[in-house]
Design a protein around this ligand. Structure first.
Ligand code: GLN
Length: 237
């Protein structure tokens, strides 16, 4: 039986474990590098990414997490988990924070504002209906949420959402304040996939819709293999 690890340093790991139980999949808490061994996939939950990074450093987890992502096993990051997986994060109050990386995108940590500006909205996600059936929309629960500002060419955008009208355009100051850019687009990316990595700026584990969860571990793995074999078949015809 497949075993899914849930990074359990801080944040909504219990909610992910409960969501796994609901679909009959065994989830285990991961706090130490050796606990990543033997897992079929990994979930990195939401929470507070700077705190999570400090704890991950304390437990010397970063090298093992990077190695896990590099093995090609499915990894799903929600919210702070998305930030952790991004190659670049902007919007820190001070300094930077260590990231796992692997996902070719730039994330703004608190794009949608403070805790008080948390919101829920309906998102259009054709991929969910294609892979898991049902409606092509899902409920997006955004809690002090990040957003993806730009993506590399290997990244598939799965969902975007309108920038709320009460959200003033933000200034992105990265590095030592050298680059400054004002984000003024109407829509922003909130769910992506790149190879084995799935990432959402919102929290599907807080809803009863388990399609993201199923996509995150079964589909990424099996459908990619399936596609790989289909492509091989085509080539040998
Ligand atoms: N914006 C938060 C951070 O910087 C993430 C919020 C969340 O995971 N709900 O970590």
């Amino acid at each position: 039986m497949a075993v899914v690890g849930v990074l359990a340093l801080q944040g909504s790991f219990n909610e992910h474990l409960a969501a796994l139980r609901r679909i009959g999949v065994r989830g285990v808490e991961v706090r130490k590098p050796e606990q990543l061994q033997g897992l079929d996939s990994l979930i990195i939950p939401g929470g507070e990414s700077t705190t999570m990074a400090k704890l991950a450093n304390y437990h010397n987890l970063f090298p093992a997490l990077r190695e896990f992502v590099g093995t090609g096993r499915p990894v799903w990051g929600t919210c702070a988990g998305l930030i952790f997986l991004a190659n670049k994060a902007v919007g820190q109050k001070s300094g930077g924070q260590e990231l796992i990386g692997g996902l070719d995108c730039t994330v703004h940590r608190n794009f949608f504002g403070s805790q008080l500006q948390s919101f829920e909205t309906e998102l259009s996600v054709p991929m969910l209906a294609e892979k898991e059936g049902g409606s092509d929309t899902c409920r997006g629960v955004f809690i002090r949420a990040p957003a993806i500002l730009d993506v590399g060419s290997d990244v598939e955008v799965l969902a975007d959402c309108p920038v709320p009208s009460d959200r003033p355009s933000i200034t992105i100051a990265s590095g030592e304040g050298v680059e400054e850019e004002v984000y003024s687009k109407d829509r922003v990316i909130v769910a992506v996939r790149q190879g084995n990595i799935l990432a959402t700026a919102f929290h599907p584990e807080l809803t009863s819709d388990s399609r993201w969860l199923k996509c995150s571990w079964i589909c990424l793995l099996l459908l990619d293999r399936h596609r790989f074999f289909l492509d091989m078949d085509k080539e040998s015809d």
